[in-house]
Ligand binder design. Structure first.
Ligand code: IPE
Ligand code: IPE
Ligand code: MG
Length: 237
């Protein structure tokens, strides 16, 4: 029996995995390369991992690609990330043949017009895909998302007494999706950095020192293996 087959039969998959794709800059620095080269390597890892998640039958994968705080970086680094996003979007046909359904989450408004058009094309083009549901978080911040939800709720004129936790969830970018079961952060940092802060209330976490460009399906399998040994109680016994 192949390793892949054995693994898929033996272990339980989370429904929704979220990944903080971190460590590109340090990966490049270690090689005396510009930070942008780290982002190029990280983008390749992203494609490999998304395809792998699709192959093993994962339902939802949400990746953190650019945060609302990442605009603080030097302009040339931000530009290089936006150009990589353009390249990815122009290349998105690749994912179509994988039957992956792509959605972008975050405040997309400040992005360049051509990027917004490409995003729409990518989402429309994959809307009937039935494989992995891939969410890419761009200009995403959990606090920004909640603030935006509150604005929408207030504008709807709903009476305060009728607001429930579900009302909040329904007004987030992830509306209609299950909360992430499992959050993975490589690069040796132990924080959420404003990622899915509402949705991760009962998520399990997995941290690793590996830098994102070095992250492989083997690391993901190791993480899933650990997930299988977690006991989720959701406050019960
Ligand atoms: C993650 O890698 C990519 C983005 C935040 C866009 P970093 O660029 O944060 O890499 P490090 O943390 O500096 O190594
Ligand atoms: C989080 O990484 C954002 C992304 C991976 C896109 P950062 O590198 O921006 O996080 P901090 O600044 O180390 O918390
Ligand atoms: Mg970082």
């Amino acid at each position: 029996m192949s390793l892949f087959k054995k693994k898929t039969e033996e272990r339980k998959l989370p429904r929704h995995i979220a990944i903080i794709m971190d460590g590109n800059g340090r990966w490049a620095k270690k090689r005396s390369m510009p930070r942008s080269a780290g982002h190029v390597a990280g983008a390749k890892t992203f494609k490999d991992i998304a395809r792998y998640c699709n192959k093993i039958g994962l339902e939802y994968l949400t990746v953190y690609a650019f945060s609302t705080e990442n605009w603080k970086r030097p302009k040339d680094e931000v530009d290089s990330i936006m150009n990589l996003l353009r390249d990815y979007l122009k290349d998105a046909e690749n994912f179509k043949s994988d039957n992956i359904k792509v959605k972008f989450i975050g405040n997309l408004e400040p992005l360049a017009d051509d990027i917004k058009e490409l995003i729409k094309k990518d989402e429309d083009g994959s809307k009937n895909a039935t494989g992995l549901k891939l969410n890419i978080a761009i200009n995403y911040g959990g606090r920004d998302e909640i603030t935006n939800a509150v604005k929408k709720i207030v504008a709807s004129g709903i009476s305060p007494d009728s607001i429930t936790e579900q009302t909040i969830s329904d007004n987030l970018y992830t509306s209609g999706m299950p909360d992430p079961d499992f959050i993975i952060r490589p690069s040796g940092e132990y924080r959420l950095s404003n990622y899915l802060i509402w949705q991760s209330a009962y998520a399990e976490y997995w941290f690793s020192d590996v830098l994102w460009p070095d992250f492989t399906p083997k690391h993901l399998e190791k993480a899933i293996e650990e997930y299988n040994h977690r006991h989720r109680r959701f406050g019960g016994v």
